[in-house]
Design a protein. Structure first.
Length: 194
């Protein structure tokens, strides 16, 4: 009877192959989960970066003109900086911007307040599309930033230079170099050119 028993080892090889296959499937599933999670995090970061970059580019302020008012001593003491939004720009809260004025010897950083002073600039709107003068520069608005150079001890003399930097809450700072002409003549309002 012993001669009739046949041993079959093929099932042992099949179980080993099945275990290896299941292990490979599990490793692939873990790797896929890690890749999906990583791609989700990268996509979220890319979207955030894209939104921030768009805000930096599209909320730019533009300096249209700079007009200086002469004082009794013959120096420019008040700067009226006319500003508007660049094409495609988003609203800018003028209470949140910073203005820096640098002349050939000193630098002054100014925040917004109701009146121009040694530490502040004033802001008003000559044209406001929304129908209210709300200190928010919107597309189509034309605003005026007033800087009192006499109060800051930085009055602009003949042939002297200065630089105005407007730093919005979001977006790129805007620089404008100004140069006083060789003579003011009899004018009381002077257009300042770079």
């Amino acid at each position: 009877m012993k001669a009739n028993i046949i041993r079959n080892n093929k099932a042992d090889v099949g179980i080993g192959t099945l275990i290896i296959f299941i292990a490979m499937v599990l490793v692939a599933a873990v790797a896929a989960a890690v890749l999906i999670q990583t791609s989700g995090v990268l996509q979220q970061k890319a979207q955030t970066t894209g939104k921030e970059a768009t805000a930096e580019v599209s909320s730019n302020i533009k300096i249209d003109s700079v007009v200086g008012n002469l004082n009794s001593t013959g120096n420019i003491e008040i700067l009226n900086v006319t500003v508007s939004l660049s094409a495609g720009g988003t609203d800018i809260d003028m209470d949140k911007i910073i203005v820096r004025y640098v002349n050939e010897t000193t630098s002054r950083t100014l925040n917004h307040s109701g009146t121009a002073s040694t530490t502040a600039f004033s802001y008003s709107e000559e044209r406001y599309v929304s129908g209210i003068n709300d200190k928010v520069l919107q597309p189509g608005d034309l605003g005026v930033i007033t800087i009192d150079l006499n109060a800051t001890g930085q009055a602009l003399e003949v042939r002297k230079k200065g630089t105005i930097t407007i730093i919005p809450e979001t977006g790129t700072p805007v620089l404008k170099d100004i140069v006083a002409p060789a003579t003011f003549g009899t004018k009381t309002m002077i257009q300042l050119f770079p």
